[in-house]
Design a protein around this ligand. Structure first.
Ligand SMILES: Nc1nc2c(ncn2[C@@H]2O[C@H](COP(=O)(O)OP(=O)(O)OP(=O)(O)O)[C@@H](O)[C@H]2O)c(=O)[nH]1
Ligand SMILES: Nc1nc2c(ncn2[C@@H]2O[C@H](COP(=O)(O)OP(=O)(O)OP(=O)(O)O)[C@@H](O)[C@H]2O)c(=O)[nH]1
Ligand SMILES: [Mg+2]
Ligand SMILES: [Mg+2]
Lengths: 270, 297
């Protein structure tokens, strides 16, 4: 211990507990506390910690902002993380911003996945492309872009089936979907969002790493932060993979989607 | 110190060592890190290590395995003690369901996306395979196409699914039990909506379902990748519902599943089943050894 004074020791242990309980993880916690310990003897340890954490998140922070032309967003993540619901919310937001949105029902595998996304399309008042169950997700991607080009949609949100990052064939399928999108509309997908469940623990790093390898991610959505979990895993993910958290899910209703705010996130965690 | 040094030397000559504070502390540190990386909750980690340390301190252990040239260090002994303690803590194994009711009722609860609907299907298929006549109840009236999802699974496994439009979940459960009695179904599995423990109305709803149909089985379904929040969430569900056991899902991934230890040690409730895949066969009865190894890492 660098400081070695009993008072600082207790304060540091309290901070360690807060960080570990927030799912920040052992290594990132150690790294952050090292910085805190180097601070002056009379420094406000909590303020130093807050600055260090914000310094991890702010440099990589980029908001979600669809560009010109047909903006294609590919949404990926493990089972049950909140992809379909996030797409529904995002569709409503973009429609409200005057975009013409098309949803692509790329989960052709799970029971009632297409009905679920169709319901969200109705709620958001946007179009949706659905093929028969069991259709190839690449075919859905293809047809959706074709339709967007024909009918003048300027945002396409592509839903995919949940998949555990250790399933190689399923991860390769994502690479294939991405290639199809690029083939029909060069440059697509313009945004590839990894949806992470805010209640998850250390497995988040494995998810982000392996999904990023399968299809280069441009950002992260953290869902379910309206519960009691703090989502501290994203510090390690931002720090090591330089991935920005763009959006936050704060509930199950259509309006429950916010832009990520690094300062607010750190304050809530501490 | 001198006499202790002498005693240690004597033991070493005999191929033995006494597990001391010094020899244990690097091992303790290593196991603590591993358990935290496995998502075991911090308080549970501390209590666990204190317990194993207390049991191990002062123990005299052989540094050689009899008849083999394997050398063991005090640290190795400590890790073995941790493994044994983990197995013991996660047991005794009780994967039974109370199926005596007319009908027996199983209530499925948990956070959003944890795998309740899928697990309901798996359990229905498992019981049907054991000669039972299950009835699934689609009591999630909130999530888009949740009812469709369970009905699709029901068709797939040949199990009937009870649902009625414009009916609240408590009433759905109540009517389903009556339906089961009238149609000779002997197990009712109630799938409910995912809910947050801080959502008082939703926690009250599931408490009301329990009060109405008095299930002998309440299964808390939890995602193996859940982090430190596992304890807070499990405690809240347990305080409210006194669940009879829990199911850890998505263990076919690389999540370490430390929540199993956290939830068991804080609620005392047993792990009943492990979810091992998206298909209807992806479920198995809990065994401590595999999970203990996975958590210890
Ligand atoms: N409380 C809360 N629940 C959420 C949030 N986002 C999604 N959910 C819920 O999480 C559950 C899973 O959401 P889905 O959108 O089906 O997740 P998914 O990733 O598409 O799931 P799969 O397609 O099966 O992999 C649903 O019950 C959603 O209502 C959020 O921000 N907060
Ligand atoms: N790989 C894997 N996926 C699973 C397992 N159990 C469930 N899933 C998947 O996880 C996702 C969520 O499962 P659901 O059964 O919809 O979860 P839920 O708890 O009913 O979700 P809500 O009703 O929205 O709270 C789906 O994509 C399932 O196929 C499992 O053991 N392994
Ligand atoms: Mg989905
Ligand atoms: Mg469900």
């Amino acid at each position: 211990r660098l400081l070695g004074r009993p008072l600082d020791e207790a304060a540091t242990e309290d901070l360690e507990e807060v960080l570990l309980r927030a799912d920040v993880g052992v290594q990132t916690t150690e790294r952050l506390l090292d910085k805190v310990r180097r601070a002056g003897a009379d420094a406000d340890l909590r303020a130093v910690l807050r600055d260090e954490m914000t310094a991890i998140l702010e440099p990589v922070h980029v908001p979600f902002r669809p560009g010109e032309g047909i903006w294609v967003v590919l949404v990926v993540g493990v089972n049950g993380s909140g992809k379909t619901t996030t797409i529904g919310k995002l569709a409503a937001r973009l429609k409200g911003e005057g975009r013409k949105v098309l949803l692509a029902a790329g989960d052709t595998f799970r029971a009632a996945a297409e009905q679920q996304l169709s319901t969200w399309a109705d709620r958001a008042g946007v179009d949706i492309l659905v093929l028969d169950e069991g259709a190839d997700p690449g075919a859905v991607a293809y047809k959706a872009l074709e339709r967007a080009q024909a009918e003048g949609h300027d945002v396409v949100l592509v839903d995919t089936a949940g998949r555990l990052q250790t399933r190689k064939p399923l991860m390769e399928e994502l690479g294939k979907i991405r290639r199809v999108l690029d083939k029909v509309h060069p440059g697509a997908p313009h945004e590839t969002l990894l949806v992470l469940d805010g209640t998850m623990g250390q497995n988040g790093m494995s998810q982000a790493t392996l999904f990023h390898e399968a299809t280069p991610l441009t950002g992260v959505v953290v869902t379910k932060l309206d519960g009691t979990a703090k989502g501290g895993m994203i510090l390690a993910i931002s720090n090591e993979l330089k991935l920005p958290v763009k959006l936050v899910g704060l509930g199950e209703k259509v309006g429950d989607l916010r832009d990520f705010d690094p300062k607010a996130f750190v304050d809530a965690l501490l | 110190v001198l006499s202790r040094g002498f005693k240690n030397a004597t033991l070493a000559l005999q191929g033995k060592a006494r597990l001391s504070e010094e020899s244990l502390s690097p091992a303790l540190r290593e196991v603590r890190t591993s358990l935290l990386q496995a998502d075991v909750e911090l308080g549970v980690v501390k209590a666990f290590l204190a317990q194993v340390k207390e049991k191990s301190l002062g123990e005299i252990v052989p540094l050689k395995v009899a008849g083999q040239s394997i050398k063991l260090s005090p640290q190795d002994w400590f890790v073995k003690a941790c493994y044994d303690e983990l197995c013991e803590l996660m047991g005794p194994v009780d994967t039974s369901l109370d199926l005596d009711g007319r009908p027996a009722v199983i209530l499925m609860v948990g956070l959003q996306g944890s795998g309740k609907t899928t697990t309901s299907g798996k359990i229905a298929k498992m019981l049907a395979g054991e000669g039972k006549k299950p009835l699934l109840v689609a009591a999630d009236i909130y999530r888009p196409a949740a009812v469709d999802q369970l009905q699709t699974l029901g068709r797939k496994i040949g199990v009937p699914v009870f649902h009625q439009p414009d009916t609240n979940p408590v009433e759905l459960a109540r009517l389903a039990v009556i339906q089961a009695r009238n149609t000779g179904r002997d197990v009712v599995i109630v799938d409910t909506a995912g809910r947050l423990t801080v959502d008082e109305a939703m926690m009250q709803e599931v408490a009301d379902i329990k009060a109405t149909v008095q299930p002998k089985n309440v299964l808390f379904v939890v995602d193996a990748m859940i982090g430190q929040d596992a304890v807070r969430t499990a405690k809240a569900f347990d305080d409210r519902l006194d669940f009879t056991g829990f199911v850890l899902t998505k263990l076919d991934g690389d999540a370490r599943g430390g929540a199993a230890l956290s939830i068991k040690s804080v609620t005392g409730k047993p792990v009943k089943f492990l979810g091992q895949g998206e298909g209807m066969d992806g479920i198995e009865a809990f065994r401590p050894e595999g999970l203990a190894q996975r958590i210890l890492g």
